[in-house]
Design a protein around this ligand. Sequence first.
Ligand code: FAD
Length: 496
Amino acid sequence: MLRSTRAIFAAVLVNISYAQKQPCCDTLTASTISELVTYPSQLAYNASIASYFDGKSRLTPNCIVQPKTAEDVSTIIKVLTAEELSVPCRFAVRSGGHTPIPGSNNVDDGVTIDLLYMNSTTYNAETQIASVKPAARWGSVYQTLEPLGRMVAGGRGSTVGVGGFLLGGGISHYAPRVGLSCDNVVNFQVVLADGSIVNANKTSNADLFRALKGGSSNFGIVTRYDMETFGNEDLWGGIVTYPASTADHHFKALVNFGLNPDRDPNAALIVFQGYSTASPTDVVRAAFDYTRPVTRPDAYKEFFEVATNISDTTKIQPMSAIAAEFGSDTTKRVQFRTLSFKIDLATIQETARLYKIVITELQAKASGQWRVSCLHQVWATSYTANSTVRGGNVLGMERYIENFIMYQSYLSWSEAKDDELFIGLGKMLTDGIQKFTTEKGTAVDYLYLNYADKDQDPLMGYGDDQVAFMRVVASKYDPTGVYQRLMPGGFKISHV
Ligand SMILES: Cc1cc2nc3c(=O)[nH]c(=O)nc-3n(C[C@H](O)[C@H](O)[C@H](O)COP(=O)(O)OP(=O)(O)OC[C@H]3O[C@@H](n4cnc5c(N)ncnc54)[C@H](O)[C@@H]3O)c2cc1C
């Protein structure tokens, strides 16, 4: 009894000291949604911070507010932007919390709006539309839809959040068949800068609808995504791990696969090199995902010529099971970087050469547990047609008349003291590839926002006309720049 009284007293003291430090939290605590606010050292606060995917992103907001409805989000925005406040309230928005860029989804000395409780998926059989809340994880979406015989084009890993994924584009196993995931959204429910709750779709606020597909957090807080569904079938897929000596064969097969004009639209593929201290052998992996229940389909014939493998998880299984295999638990420290280039064997081989230099450096200098994966995926021009018929997006894909490779480096490590080493080597890797592609004429200026690092500029990579369009939409729906000034994290129009 004494202990619990002490705990309550301590929590009140914490509330008071943080509220005094931060009038924005104070105002939230004094408003009608006070029970949604949590402070440092409280359980809900600590659980929220601990659940960020990337350890570097576990910042210290003055308070975290966890809305349950779009109306709560509206109230929060009205409170944080109220004229009578003595200080500007800086805030961040978090859905799944998977972006490994500190400050993009959390904020030191500000307010973090954690959409944690807005995580449901509902299905309307009449319209065949699934309504998904932003903090749902893709695994939960698939588990809800599969028993109903329906599916959506969502993330490949079960743990990834819906909110950020869909605003950055979204690549699913179904992308060659139905296009990017953002283009499968038919309606966004959005809380605008003045706190109003609006819908954005092909006929209502159509400019906002297009801007949200790739434009990230520049226009409002999305509180519901209504997505097209299609009939659910099991997939054939999994990850096959091969000795590194087979890398060249895989690279050649990737080139032929990516340039094949008759590519089977059910065939998704990632080819990646990988090394991990947990299993310290340099390997090459192929993630095959065929969106129909067909074992070892012909689409991957050239890859199947490599008979020797180290392990093979491929089988016919539901999307939820494949997503669980791709899912990744909250890890220590992570860096993503990206760039794009033409489908060219010499360029892919150069990425492999630079990858080896990085691994050698890390073997000599890094401590603790670490892992490096370098992923090659085909970015298909077919995504454009899928987008245009559904109202378009802002990725500027119509500029590309040939498929290209979207490259992602993914470094993770356990020791904070190694941050500089990993971050520096990751940058050296993509800078080196960039230099090679520029000299060889294989560079493609597109940067995939969901894999970009803080110093990269994916919005600029969409092209000048798309940037100009996003600026017009941002100033129309957010004339005072709430989502630029007060919510500075993430990729911003004002920065480009
Ligand atoms: C293990 C792993 C697997 C991945 N797999 C894939 C994949 O298969 N395909 C792919 O395309 N990408 C993939 N990604 C990248 C992923 O798409 C991005 O990290 C994405 O941002 C994650 O969404 P989230 O909701 O977890 O993001 P968060 O980190 O919560 O948010 C990302 C950004 O979006 C903003 N934001 C989030 N929700 C909202 C909202 N409701 N309204 C307004 N702004 C919002 C945030 O403020 C932040 O700036 C993967 C990432 C990881 C770590």
